[in-house]
Design a protein around this ligand. Structure first.
Ligand code: GCB
Length: 658
């Protein structure tokens, strides 16, 4: 790129920096005295488009009538990815648009004095939604919610139809990026989706669909910030409320909010009346701060904030409740602190992934996963490589699991203006959705971006500045795999995370080439950036049940030995103080695109895809609890150590040796 075109590139980035549309509303749907919520989850009708004619349904207006009148439909569960529900390869690998529809009733009572909203937890990747044949909303970006008011589109006291068109195509200006090509096959040509990221491009209506009502004038946004004082015995909850509705616009009708905070026992611990701008502060005596799991005997403490919106004449307009955790975050060039106490992350990279349902929300799986996280003594995970469900964020709040919240930018390359706009939009939507969760302690602005490339410097400067402008209370990171000597982006981060597969992708089988390399690479990052450093990925593919002694790649023994060599490096690094966390890749085995390097998917899980432990899980559990005890004096679970033999006086060997 010449100097002039570089200047042009820079100018266009500056212009685009102002160009990101801002999310509105989308509070998690909860019922209350003034709101009703109805789920549209269940069985929907489904039909894929022809891959060679993805826009036919739009041209032929399939949304104007029941889908079963235009094509033969099949049943499709919502929420779920559609890919693995049938036995057809053509649907598993389908590229382009698919259609869903279903009918539902809206009660007559909903016609009176209120508004009705239609909300999707996520549709991957792009969605068009019609209600009774009229376009209700369009949205681009997987893994993030969107909604629209549908009051005017509904038939009250009668049957309605909702139609969704979902497009899974990823190109160079989507987040994440992909490529679509036509390739010759035995019968002609086929459309092929390719992508460099290492997880299956599951698609469909991945999370719940809700209809909910609000009053005409209602609480549209709530923003919470918290603080602690006096040795953490006094808590502050700062709130800002935004209202949508005509009453808010009448000059003589100054609205106000009455705000009350309840503890876990349901006792009121603070209350306040807002100022005219609908903001204010609650002061909590003898506060119970939000602490991560194992950092305190009572982790994940949540209060309930009740917000009542009133008109000037005292009339109660709307009520909304949400959970609040009171905690502070701070960071330096060597530490990351929660409530003033340094944190060491013991975590995982994960995926939303399971047999049959793909990336579809599943409460049973979510509950099992959090039980496993607690069992193994982890205190954190990164939402690699996209935002996880809102329900999972609520679980993390309640269990005290710290979240590094990642936007859907993976393997970012070929930097261009359109991509930058969407990348920033993904962060805007993510931060808008997750800013009130105490569990969210860091934003990850990308995974393995190609930060050695031309323009990576300017691009990531813009992304980081934009992210900070939306939330300055949390640090920014990115998981980088480029060597520190070639990277151009880490200087814009607050915390440097790096991914590296020693003795796997580099020097496979060489367990003796791990410890020093990890120490050297982490040290190089700290020297270069003078920031805290995390190892955000390390691991080895491991086939459950494969045992080979001496350890050999793909065996359970190899995964165990490889982890142990990393632990040694981490302990040496911890002594240096600026090394603040270790994240295994991956929590569980997961599905990927088909390649000869993957056996039915990526097998780097500590747990199998069915969420059962591999041998290494027992080792990792002992380490994570040992770290918890060393740093935060947590107690050990009764079954952490298996009885082997009476310790002899000379060679005493018990849990205290860890
Ligand atoms: C990585 C990626 C992750 C892959 C992993 C692997 O560096 O961040 O998405 O799954 O390596 O196992 O290759």
């Amino acid at each position: 790129m010449g100097l002039r075109s570089f200047a042009r590139f820079l100018k266009s980035l500056i212009i685009l920096n102002k160009d990101v549309s801002t999310s509105r509303g989308m509070l998690y749907p909860r019922d209350s005295e003034t709101r009703e919520v109805r789920s549209l989850d269940g069985m929907w009708n489904f039909v894929p488009s022809d891959e060679t004619n993805p826009t036919q349904g739009i041209r032929d207006q399939w949304y104007k009538d029941d889908l079963n009148k235009v094509r033969e439909v099949i049943g499709m569960p919502v929420p779920a990815s559609y890919n693995d529900i049938t036995t057809e390869q053509s649907l598993r690998d389908h590229v382009g648009t698919v259609w869903y529809d279903r009918k539902f009733f809206v009660p007559r009572s909903w016609a009176k004095d209120q508004r009705v909203w239609l909300r999707f937890g996520s549709v991957h990747y792009e969605a068009f939604v019609w209600v009774n044949g009229e376009l209700a909303v369009k949205h681009e970006m997987g893994h993030l919610p969107f909604e629209a008011e549908v009051t005017h589109l509904l038939k009250y006291g009668s049957e309605n139809r909702i139609t969704v068109m979902c497009d899974n195509a990823l190109i160079q200006t989507t987040v994440p990026q992909g490529k679509i090509s036509e390739v010759a096959n035995d019968n002609g040509v086929s459309i092929v989706q390719s992508y460099s990221f290492d997880f299956f491009n599951y698609a469909g209506i991945h999370r719940s669909v809700h209809l909910y009502t609000t009053p005409k004038t209602f609480i549209e946004e709530v923003e919470i910030n918290t603080d602690l004082a006096n040795d953490n015995s006094l808590g502050y909850v700062y709130y800002t409320i935004s209202v949508n509705g005509s009453a808010a616009n009448e000059a003589d009708n100054a609205l106000y909010a009455r705000v009350q905070l309840y503890n876990r026992e349901g006792e009121q611990v603070a209350n306040a009346t807002s100022d005219a701008k609908l903001s204010g502060m609650l002061q909590v005596e003898k506060v119970k701060p939000w602490w991560p799991y194992l950092m305190h005997p009572d982790p994940g403490y949540l209060y309930e904030l009740e917000i009542e919106l009133h008109a000037a004449n005292e009339e109660l307009l709307d009520v909304y409740r949400l959970n609040v955790g009171i905690r502070t975050l701070s960071w330096t060039n060597t530490t990351f602190n929660i409530n003033g106490k340094p944190v060491y992350f013991r975590g995982f990279g994960r995926h939303e992934d399971a047999d049959v349902r793909g990336k579809g929300l599943d409460y049973a799986l979510l509950t099992r996963d959090f039980n496993l996280l607690r069992w193994i003594g982890a205190n954190a995970y990164r939402t690699s490589h996209y935002p996880y469900s809102e329900e999972s964020m609520q679980f993390a709040d309640r269990h005290g699991i710290m979240i590094i919240d990642e936007c859907p930018s993976v393997d970012t390359e070929n930097y261009n203006q359109a991509l930058l706009g969407k990348h920033k939009s993904s962060l805007e939507q993510l931060i808008h959705r997750d800013r009130n969760h105490p569990s969210v302690v860091m934003w990850s602005i990308a995974n393995e971006p190609r930060t050695q490339q031309m323009n990576a410097d300017t691009y990531f400067q813009f992304v980081a500045t934009f992210t900070r402008s939306l939330d300055s209370t949390r640090p920014i990171t990115a998981a980088i795999a480029v060597p520190s000597s070639e990277d151009k982006a880490a200087r814009y981060l607050d915390i440097v995370s790096f991914n590296r597969y020693n003795a796997w992708y580099s020097n496979p089988g060489r367990l003796d080439m791990i410890t020093k390399r990890v120490i050297d690479e982490a040290t190089a990052w700290h020297k270069k950036c003078n920031k805290p450093v995390i190892m955000s990925e390390y691991g080895a593919d491991t086939l459950e049940g494969l045992h080979l002694q001496p350890s050999y790649v793909w065996s359970e023994e190899y995964q165990t030995d490889l982890f142990s060599r990393h632990f040694k490096a981490f302990d040496a690094l911890r002594r240096q103080k600026w090394f603040i966390g270790e994240f295994v890749w991956n929590f569980a085995d997961f599905k990927t695109a088909q390649t000869y390097t993957r056996v039915a998917g990526n097998k780097k899980g500590v747990f199998t895809r069915a969420r059962q432990p591999k041998a290494v899980a027992h080792l990792l559990r002992k380490r994570y609890f040992a770290l918890g005890r060393e740093m935060d004096q947590c107690s050990f679970p009764d079954d952490l150590f298996t009885y082997i033999a009476e310790p002899s006086e000379s060679g005493k060997h018990d849990s205290t040796d860890l």
